[in-house]
Design a protein around this ligand. Sequence first.
Ligand code: NAD
Length: 248
Amino acid sequence: MRLDGKVAIVTGAGGAGVGGLGVVYAQALAAEGAAVVVSDVDGEAAVRTAESIASTGAQAIGVRCDVTSGEDVDAMVRAATDTFGGVDILVNNAGLARGKWSEALILSAEEWMEILAVNTVAPIMCAKACRATMSGRGGGVIVNQSSNGAFIDAGAYTVSKLALNGVTKVLADEFSDDNIRVNGIAPGVMTAKLPQEQVERLLARQTIRRPGQPQDLVGLLVFLCSDESSFMNGQTVVIDGGMARITK
Ligand SMILES: NC(=O)c1ccc[n+]([C@@H]2O[C@H](COP(=O)([O-])OP(=O)(O)OC[C@H]3O[C@@H](n4cnc5c(N)ncnc54)[C@H](O)[C@@H]3O)[C@@H](O)[C@H]2O)c1
C-alpha cells in the first residue's frame, strides 16, 4: 500500500476506448491505497469504472470531464477536493491515439488543434488546476502519458507526444517550488486487440518479442507516483519492449 492516504486523479480512465490504459492505471493506484477520481469525457464510462473499483473496497468516484474544457477541469478538481479533501497525484492519461492521427498531412488545421488540445495542452491545464491543492498538501506528483510514438514516425501523434515530453520538462521546472514532481511514461503498443499480421510486424521491431500488456506499465506508474522516485523529475521513461531503441 505505497499510496495509502493519497488522492489520485486519472483522466481518460473510463475505458470506452480500445486501449483502456486509464482503467488499469486507476485500478493500480487504488490497489496501492489511493482514493481515485476516475475521469473521462464519457461520464457514464467513468462512473462504471469507479463503481467497479469501489466494489473491491477501495475509494473511487467517477466524474465526466472533457480535459479541453477549463470548466470541466475545475469541476473535476473540485469533486476530488470535496469528496477526498484534495489531490496528491494527477495522471494525464486522456489522449487521442493513433488511427487518423498517425498521418500529418491529411489533417485539417482544426484536426491539428484537436489533437494538440487533448494530447499536449490539456495536461498543462489539468496540472495548473491541481497545483494549489497539491501545494497545500506539501507537494504532489504528476505523470504525463506520452508514447514511444514520440520517437517513431506516427504523424501528428508523434508531434503531440514529443511536445508532451517537453511539457513534462517545463512543468518539472516550474512546479518544483511547490514540491510537485512531473514525469512521463512512454508506452509502446499495449493492446492485444490488433490484427495478427500487425502484431507480428510490431514484435519484429521489439527486442523483447512478446506483445506488451497494460500490466507491464503498472510497476513504473506506481514507482513514479510514490516516494520511491523522489529524486526523479522531468523524465519520460520509454517502456515498449525495446522498440524505440531501434528506430530512435
Ligand atoms: N494503448 C496503447 O498501446 C498506447 C501506447 C502508447 C501511448 N498510449 C497513450 O495512452 C493513453 C490512453 O490510451 P488508450 O490506448 O488506453 O486509449 P483509449 O482510447 O482506450 O482511452 C483514451 C480515453 O481518453 C478519453 N478521452 C478522449 N478525449 C478526451 C477528452 N477530450 N477529455 C477526456 N477524456 C478524453 C476517451 O474517452 C477514452 O476513455 C493515451 O494518451 C495514448 O496516447 C497508448
